[in-house]
Design a protein around this ligand. Structure first.
Ligand code: UDX
Ligand code: ADP
Length: 456
């Protein structure tokens, strides 16, 4: 049975390896990372990331057939199959800055695999990277004169944070791209398929060439993000014209050709993938001289920026065009509910824009406060983090809901209202609260994509 090693024990590598170890008890799975603190946390059975159900799966296999380590050379050496799930941030220097992927970590990993290997291996590209990275990886790996052969496969991860374990256990599909034109390529694909068939029906496992697989990941994320920008653009229109975006979303979603998901208007999408992947797509389209296609996808990001800015503008307008020294309770800082992750969270830009207007912020979030403190570290004087949402709202002039945590809908808003300064405002950037009830209590309620309910 093959030994599996995963390089990168983050949001993708950690949960994916835990589920593989749980479903394939006869395989030995080792997950390595350069970040010693992360490795120690995984080893202790307390994962360094919050993900519902993850802790149980990890503890089911830990030290049985799931291991975490910072000894990268040994883990590479003993592996038959290596998954690579290191992060690929956007380049912030030189050619393609702000758009292209920074492939520094990828190349470093490829060279490390080469340096530490004394047997042939299958290398599986797991994290999102722009099309053609597998090709670069393959060329680096097969550049040595040693008698080793590396088959590079693309196996993009489609898990969403907050539902990672169920997405891994019951995936819509598993996509595997490999070199179909050689026997060793087909054999590598077969070996990876064998792992997944432990728990995924064969019909759900698609095999294709490497480029189509890589491109599918970029395109899937671009399509999902595009739906959110589409509904958010309609929300702006609905606010101006007095329509109700929730009704519009329901009506659109009942069309079986469109389906109901990803039509929830919001303060904007966040997360580590959407923006980065679209920027990559835009960069590649320009590179291949397709400026119209690049402009088309770039607009998805522009609408997302517009949506965040519009939310701040609405707050300002409603609060008499002045929030100087007014206290705003920010309900939610994670980029979505059920995660502590704040990468590209719309809350970051919204909080920064509010502080530019000289507001004071009390941020509350059940899982993301450590990351919020880090992300807004430079604004410490004007930003306060508070675990208890009731305390966050005390003496505040307004509440801004930025993450759809269900617990925010369950608070006693009569009590919240009594503790706030008047007039009290609610800006519901996720439309999760009972707006009519809040209005009856006395709040001035500003939902997204719906007319406000105001006593003023
Ligand atoms: C996404 C993809 O869904 C996943 O397949 C890929 O592997 C990684 O990127 P993730 O970023 O974890 O997953 O979460 P997702 O559920 O897609 O949400 C992304 C953002 O869109 C969040 O900020 C979320 O709040 C927002 N969103 C989602 C909306 O604003 N409205 C919606 O209707 C759905
Ligand atoms: P993702 O959401 O793609 O999983 P993360 O940032 O959560 O992104 O995880 C990527 C992980 O990869 C991080 O824990 C980081 O320390 C690790 N990493 C980056 N470069 C290397 C490398 N060369 N070798 C081992 N681990 C690496």
């Amino acid at each position: 049975m093959p030994n599996i090693t995963c390089i990168g024990a983050g949001y993708v590598g950690g949960p994916t390896m835990a589920v593989i170890a749980a479903k394939c008890p006869e395989y030995q799975v080792t997950c390595v990372d350069i970040n010693q603190e992360r490795v120690d946390a995984w080893r202790s059975g307390e994962p360094p990331i919050y993900e519902p159900g993850l802790r149980d799966v990890v503890n089911q296999c830990l030290n049985r057939n799931l291991f975490f380590s910072s000894d990268i050379p040994s883990a590479i050496k003993s592996a038959d199959i290596i998954f690579v799930s290191v992060n690929t941030p956007t380049k912030d220097f030189g050619e393609g800055a702000g758009e292209a992927a920074n492939l520094y970590y990828w190349e470093k990993t490829a060279r490390e695999i080469l340096a530490c290997s004394d047997s042939s291996k299958i290398v599986v590209e797991k994290s999102t990277v722009p099309v053609r990275t597998a090709d670069a990886m393959s060329r680096i790996l097969n550049s040595s004169h040693a008698n080793l052969k590396f088959e590079v496969l693309s196996n993009p991860e489609f898990l969403a944070e907050g539902t990672a374990i169920q997405d891994l256990e019951r995936p819509d599909r598993v996509l595997i791209g490999g070199n179909q034109s050689t026997e060793s390529g087909r054999e590598a694909v077969r070996q990876l398929v064998d792992i997944y068939t432990h728990w995924v029906d064969r019909e759900r496992i698609l095999t294709t060439d490497v480029w189509s697989s890589e491109m599918s990941k970029l395109a899937a994320n671009a399509f999902l993000a595009q739906r959110i920008s589409s509904i958010n653009s309609v929300a702006a229109f609905a606010e101006e014209t007095g329509a109700d975006i929730t009704a519009v979303s329901s009506a659109i979603g009942m069309d079986s050709r469109l389906g109901p998901r990803f039509l929830q208007a919001s303060v904007g999408f966040g997360g580590s993938c959407f923006k980065k992947d679209i920027l990559n797509l835009v960069y590649l389209c320009r590179h291949y001289n397709l400026p119209e296609v690049a402009d088309y996808w770039e607009q998805v990001i522009k609408i997302n920026e517009f949506q965040k800015h519009r939310f701040v503008r609405n707050i300002l307008q409603a609060m008499f065009n002045n929030v100087v020294d007014k206290r705003i309770a920010v309900f939610g800082f994670a980029f979505k509910a059920h995660t502590g992750d704040t990468r590209e969270s719309p809350a970051i830009d919204i909080c920064r824009q509010l502080v530019e207007e000289k507001a004071l912020l009390n941020i509350t979030d059940p899982e993301a406060l450590p990351n919020a403190r880090r992300d807004l570290n430079d604004l410490a004087g004007r930003v306060n983090c508070e675990e208890d949402p009731y305390k966050a709202a005390e003496n505040a002039d307004a509440i801004a809901v930025l993450t759809e945590w269900p617990q925010f809908a369950q608070l006693d808003y009569q009590r919240v209202f009594q503790s706030m300064r008047k007039p009290a405002f609610v800006f519901d950037g996720r439309n999760i609260l009972d707006h009519q009830r809040l209005f009856q209590i006395g709040f001035n309620v500003h939902p997204l994509g719906r007319p406000p309910l105001s006593h003023l």
